[in-house]
Design a protein around this ligand. Structure first.
Ligand SMILES: Cc1cc2nc3c(=O)[nH]c(=O)nc-3n(C[C@H](O)[C@H](O)[C@H](O)COP(=O)(O)OP(=O)(O)OC[C@H]3O[C@@H](n4cnc5c(N)ncnc54)[C@H](O)[C@@H]3O)c2cc1C
Length: 451
């Protein structure tokens, strides 16, 4: 389906991806003068708040708390429509976006904001045997798998020695640290009561980090604080230890250590969404698309790339981190450059306004660093983390739901969403080699999950 361009005299902007960047672009475009017509193409019918995926995986929140229907968000913007579509490519010369169903959307301006995916760095076994944490199905699959392991271990305690209650989290960045902390709380405060016949002291959370510290972007004091807290709470942090290979039942480290485990959580790397690989555009390390100062693609001033998909410079010779603030600010900037083109004013270069960094470690524990150099840790930093994350969740109902869950959990140590709902309570297996006793059908990575 080819949309006529400039229908009703308004230029047509197509935005690909309804994540942080795509939604920020759509919102800014709704205020552009002269007005533009906007079509948002999103593969899911919801916007996902990825920073709380680990809370979904550990039973603290429900799917609808961290996902909001895209149509419900976009309907408040005039001249904006949304199509649920999986974009497969772009014909830049014809100025058309192509979907996997063969539809075509013509554009005058294009903003690509398809985000990122997990990078496994080619480590043998990781692709097949690890649990990534990038999508809603990822989190639900991990939650179901974890709970299922406890059920298996209670029925047959010999499973414990075979790694049923051991989780290895790879990557000591914010995702790995918050995941390790949350898993520890789930095991030691919640599942300990659910499984009174199990010796919960045998459950292990191992956090593996290849460098000699956690939380690389943070000040050494913040890193030490995170390490101290995790150690005190019983997470086994292995620094300077790299993963060599993974199998369904164990992981092997580079120094020869073998850890029996059936749950390898992958929080070690991201790369640009595979869409970046098929566009024929210049890419940086990690597959991100090279953009100019104004965030347009060199030689294609009508095409912008923003968010995790973009290789936007940080002004110091590196690339901006793949986190929410750069994505939001880049998207707003790209939308404003379209306005400049329309009203004939010169485009401007993008400058990132650093708003600081924060990471939560668990109950009453977080680290926050502001651009001024001020650093916070402990309970105060934790409250700052809670308030900020609450503010960025889309939808008042979701905010209230998350807040209620947090308060309930804080007061009672309960995590009420510890429910097995995924179709497959087990990781995807290698085709033809299902783990014994598990469903024989390999799980496609995006199979819809009822939850
Ligand atoms: C577990 C986790 C925790 C995180 N925690 C934090 C945090 O605490 N703080 C922080 O700042 N950042 C955090 N991040 C990073 C942050 O979520 C990302 O940087 C941010 O989402 C990037 O925004 P984006 O719009 O570029 O991509 P996304 O938010 O990923 O959005 C991309 C959108 O494009 C859609 N899409 C992809 N491909 C296609 C296609 N072919 N066709 C149509 N639609 C498509 C996707 O469905 C998605 O909705 C976290 C990320 C993860 C995974």
């Amino acid at each position: 389906m080819t949309k006529p361009r400039n229908r009703n005299g308004s230029p047509h902007v197509v935005v690909v991806g309804g994540g942080f960047a795509g939604l920020a672009a759509v919102k800014t475009l709704s205020k552009v003068k002269p007005p533009v017509r906007v079509t948002l193409l999103e593969q899911h019918n919801y916007h996902l708040f990825q920073p709380l995926l680990y809370q979904l995986a550990t039973g603290l929140v429900q799917p609808a708390d961290i996902a909001h229907p895209v149509r419900g968000i976009v309907r408040r913007y005039r001249r904006t429509s949304v199509k649920m579509a999986n974009v497969a490519g772009v014909d830049f010369d014809a100025r058309q976006v192509l979907t996997d169903e063969g539809r075509r959307y013509g554009y005058d301006y294009l903003i690509l904001a398809a985000g990122a995916t997990t990078a496994t760095f080619g480590i043998p076994g990781v692709e097949e045997h690890s649990f990534p944490l990038k999508s809603m199905p990822d989190a639900l699959r991990l939650r179901a798998h974890l709970l299922h392991q406890f059920e298996l271990a209670e029925n047959d305690p010999s499973q414990i020695d075979r790694g049923a209650l051991t989780v290895v989290v790879v990557g000591g960045g914010p995702t790995g640290v918050e995941m390790a902390g949350a898993l520890h709380e789930l095991f030691k405060h919640v599942l300990v009561h659910d499984f009174p016949e199990l010796d919960i002291t045998q459950s292990r959370v191992v956090l593996l980090e290849a460098t000699d510290h956690l939380l690389t972007p943070f000040h050494p004091n913040s890193r030490r604080h995170a390490l101290d807290i995790l150690n005190k709470r019983g997470v086994e942090v292995l620094l300077g230890q790299a993963l060599e290979r993974a199998t369904p039942d164990e992981v092997r480290l580079k120094d020869g250590t073998v850890v029996p485990t059936r749950t390898l959580v992958w929080g070690a790397g991201v790369r640009a969404h595979p869409l970046a690989d098929v566009l024929g555009l210049e890419q940086t390390r990690g597959g991100r698309i090279v953009v100019g100062d104004d965030l347009s693609v060199p030689g294609r001033p009508e095409v912008f790339v923003v968010g995790d998909l973009a290789g936007a410079g940080d002004g110091k010779g590196g690339l901006l981190p793949q986190v929410a603030q750069p994505a939001i600010q880049e998207a707003r900037h790209a939308a404003l450059q379209i306005q400049h083109s329309l009203d004939g004013t010169p485009r401007t270069g993008f400058t990132y306004k650093d708003k600081g960094i924060m990471a939560t470690i668990g109950r009453n524990a977080a680290v926050t660093e502001l651009p001024s150099g001020a650093r916070f840790k402990g309970v105060l930093a934790w409250y700052m983390w809670l308030v900020l994350h609450l503010a960025y969740i889309v939808g008042f109902r979701s905010r209230v739901a998350v807040l209620v869950n947090w308060i309930w959990s804080y007061l009672t140590y309960d995590r009420h969403a510890r429910i097995i709902v995924a179709v497959e309570p087990w990781r995807p297996a290698r085709p033809g080699q299902p783990p014994a006793g598990e469903p024989s059908e390999a799980a496609p990575s995006e199979r819809p999950v009822v939850g």
